[in-house]
Design a protein around this ligand. Sequence first.
Ligand code: SAM
Length: 227
Amino acid sequence: MESVQTKTWDFTDGRDDSILVVTVQELLDADSDYGLYTWPCATVLSQYLIHKKMWLKGKAVIELGSGTGLAGLVALRCGAASVLLTDHAEKRKVLQNCQSTVESQGYSDMQVCGLTWGHFSPQLLNLRCKVDLIIAADCFYSSKDFEPVLVTVAYLLETNMAAEFWCTYQVRSADRSFDFFFEKWQLKCTYVPLSEFTEDITAACRNGTTNPTEIQLMIITLCKAQD
Ligand SMILES: C[S@@+](CC[C@H](N)C(=O)[O-])C[C@H]1O[C@@H](n2cnc3c(N)ncnc32)[C@H](O)[C@@H]1O
């Protein structure tokens, strides 16, 4: 039996004492789809987007593995010109739940579509040169997904050398490393300490079961974009 619930976050920006209230829809007791629940990584990424709100103004943003779409909604509310929320093309329930959040809140500059990592689908090819910022929260939970995510990211970055990929990652095993794939796809990664953008990391995570120090924020660009 499914039950729909709305979940609301009050994000504070200590620099100007503003509060951003964002609500998403979650489906509980569903068939354990990871994308029907909002993960702590999404809260941390949202806090970073708020920290970078001046940079975000007017940008075209795409979110990979959006799930409930929290980070994408925050990007739009921070002034992004458009946000495309995407998730696995076969995760109909996840995409419908996300669409329902978008429609119920009347966001006209936001769209939802299926986009599977590592697939060169018409949806991905249509995004050529149209993306300034790619975001993703908790999309590296399985090591088998590292390369498909990074292939999709590298393709989009190639079409706009000034674009960046901002993602949060929960360290679930110390044995995992991205370095091989960064080198293979000629990507450069910079880690941003959480203390740089949130005073209270525990509040940002909003989930007592997650140790906030396990979450990392990575900024990924093409190596040649830095030359
Ligand atoms: C751990 S959840 C994170 C959801 C959301 N970003 C958050 O942090 O709350 C991972 C998400 O990636 C999506 N996903 C899994 N495999 C995928 C794939 N191959 N292509 C695209 N999305 C995928 C899942 O459906 C899910 O929404």
